[in-house]
Write a protein that binds this ligand. Structure first.
Ligand code: E4P
Length: 261
């Protein structure tokens, strides 16, 4: 399992040495407010033509810094406001890639993160044809995962914690630990279906609420993990990746795939 940091916090990335990093608008906002970065990023935002332009400029500025620290992919999200508009998503994705190019970073390093709505998946299918890699997020169901595989997207981010949050709200007394966690079950089902059918799309579990969920998914292609949970699990990528081998973890039963990278 490849360890991914779910953060825009540069210091956390230096500390945990992940292979990839994922961001979203709220993580970018948190990172932009960190001491030592606020002034420079506020200046970049002030030069922007409108709010969208400011958000993208700051996201790419932080993403570029991250890409100099990680060897793999950096995910940058298209605003969820555009989730039901294929053409607007396409335009924003292409403009993010152009911004990265101005920082000297090629499309092979970037995953454009897009909500896995029908319109988002159609946009991703087109972007992949253009050589722009995509990460389909806000993915809660098997049907979304199937549509993403059919569209040939580079990576999906099936959520764990938000599924658990919903079930907990319905049944506050229920035991959702270990394999009883419905978010863990959802990711496992998707992973096994993908591998059983030979899909190339990478499965990256996301939205974790506790370390047990992460260990229960050992063997999954990638897991994107907050700095708080990375801190609980291990200190560096190497240490954690050694723990996320299924035999050593809590019997996830997931067979790791041979990464074609
Ligand atoms: C990563 O792709 C997601 O943006 C992130 O894991 C969401 O986590 P949350 O459910 O804690 O917001």
């Amino acid at each position: 399992t490849i360890v991914v940091a779910d953060t825009g916090d540069i210091d956390a990335i230096r500390r945990f040495e992940p292979t990839d990093a994922t961001t979203n608008p709220s993580l970018i906002l948190q990172a932009a407010q960190l001491k030592g970065r606020r002034e420079r990023l506020a200046e970049i935002a002030r030069r922007a033509t409108d709010l969208d332009d400011a958000l993208d400029a700051v996201a790419v500025e932080i993403g570029s810094e991250i890409s100099s620290l990680v060897p793999g992919y950096v995910s940058t999200e298209v605003s969820a406001r555009l989730s039901f508009d294929t053409d607007a998503t396409l335009a924003r994705a292409r403009s993010l890639i152009e911004r990265y190019a101005r920082h000297g970073i090629g499309p092979e390093r970037i995953l454009i993160k897009i909500a896995a709505t029908w319109e988002g998946i159609r946009a991703a299918q087109q972007l992949e044809r253009e050589g722009i890699h995509t990460n389909l997020t806000l993915l809660f169901s098997f049907a979304q995962a199937q549509a993403c595989a059919d569209a040939g997207v580079t990576l999906i981010s099936p959520f764990v914690g938000r599924i658990l949050d919903w079930h907990r709200a319905q049944s506050p007394e229920a035991d959702f630990s270990g394999d009883r966690d419905p978010g863990v079950q959802s990711v496992k089902r998707i992973y096994e279906h993908y591998k059983g059918h030979g899909y190339h799309t990478i499965v990256m579990g996301a939205s974790f609420r506790n370390a047990g969920e992460i260990l229960a998914l050992a063997g999954c292609d990638r897991l994107t993990i907050s700095p708080a949970l990375l801190g609980e699990l291990a200190d560096t990528r190497g240490t954690l990746e050694r723990r996320l081998v299924p035999e050593d973890a809590e019997t996830s039963g997931l067979e790791p795939l041979d990464e074609a990278e």
